[in-house]
Design a protein around this ligand. Structure first.
Ligand SMILES: [Zn+2]
Length: 237
């Protein structure tokens, strides 16, 4: 991502610099160095050192939800409850600096923060809008079919867990153009990958490690045995 690399970090405030994870809304066409996906303009990317720009799926951040800036209390609370969070930045040509657009946080952390803000009617209204938007973008038929495949292949998976796994897989494919969208897949490998990603986030210290500055590769190696153990349990009847 030349646009980002070419720009100096000097302009960032101390707070922005101290946040461990950053996601950039790019301002020109970019592609993911890992999966090769063409991400188009205004893609959300992370920079992973020598590996270059990664899409959020390859960076293992695509389970996070976006909370736009604007409500300081809600943001503070969501940040506090979220093990893993990333600040979303966009380069402002006019002001020649990165501007904070909001935070990516765990969905459960945002829900908890919103609950704490329920006295505030605006927060409640915003949650309703956000939930409606997230529901509307899902292809229900796809989700249900994918969830059934998860249940078939991983009969030991805790009750109800196939739904978030399927919804996540659906979001991942629906937000994309080309290759991945064409591959709205239900084969064993696609389902296994979706389950592995879920298990890493939900059943291991993986997100903790990322939040503490581990490189993605090292964090994956660290939790590999734990992930394998969970998969074996879930595959068993
Ligand atoms: Zn990618």
């Amino acid at each position: 991502m030349r646009a980002v690399r070419a720009t100096s970090w000097r302009h960032m405030t101390a707070t922005e610099q101290s946040d461990a994870l950053k996601v950039f809304i790019s301002n020109r066409d970019s592609s993911c160095e890992e999966c090769g996906e063409e991400l188009g303009r205004k893609a959300w990317i992370t920079l992973a050192g020598e590996r270059g720009a990664l899409c959020l799926a390859c960076a293992d951040l695509d389970h996070l939800v976006f909370l736009p800036s604007g409500d300081a209390t809600l943001t503070r609370r969501a940040r506090k409850h979220s093990k893993l969070a990333a600040v979303v930045l966009k380069w402002s040509r006019a002001r020649k600096r990165y501007e904070r657009q909001g935070l990516l946080v765990e969905e459960a952390a945002l829900a908890l923060a919103e609950q704490e803000c329920l006295a505030d009617g605006d927060a409640r209204a915003r949650r309703q809008v956000r939930e409606a938007e997230r529901r509307a973008e899902l292809d229900r038929e796809y989700v249900e079919r994918f969830a059934r495949r998860v249940r078939e292949l991983f009969p030991g998976c805790p009750a109800g867990r196939e739904m978030p796994i399927a919804e996540h897989a659906c979001r991942k494919y629906s937000g994309r153009v080309g290759r991945a969208a064409a591959a709205k897949r239900f084969d064993e490998e696609a389902v296994r990958l979706a389950v592995v990603a879920h298990v890493r986030h939900a059943e291991t210290r993986y997100d903790d490690l990322l939040a503490h500055g581990y490189e993605q590769r090292d964090a994956r190696a660290e939790v590999e045995d734990a992930v394998g153990g969970v998969l074996r349990r879930w595959q068993a009847h």
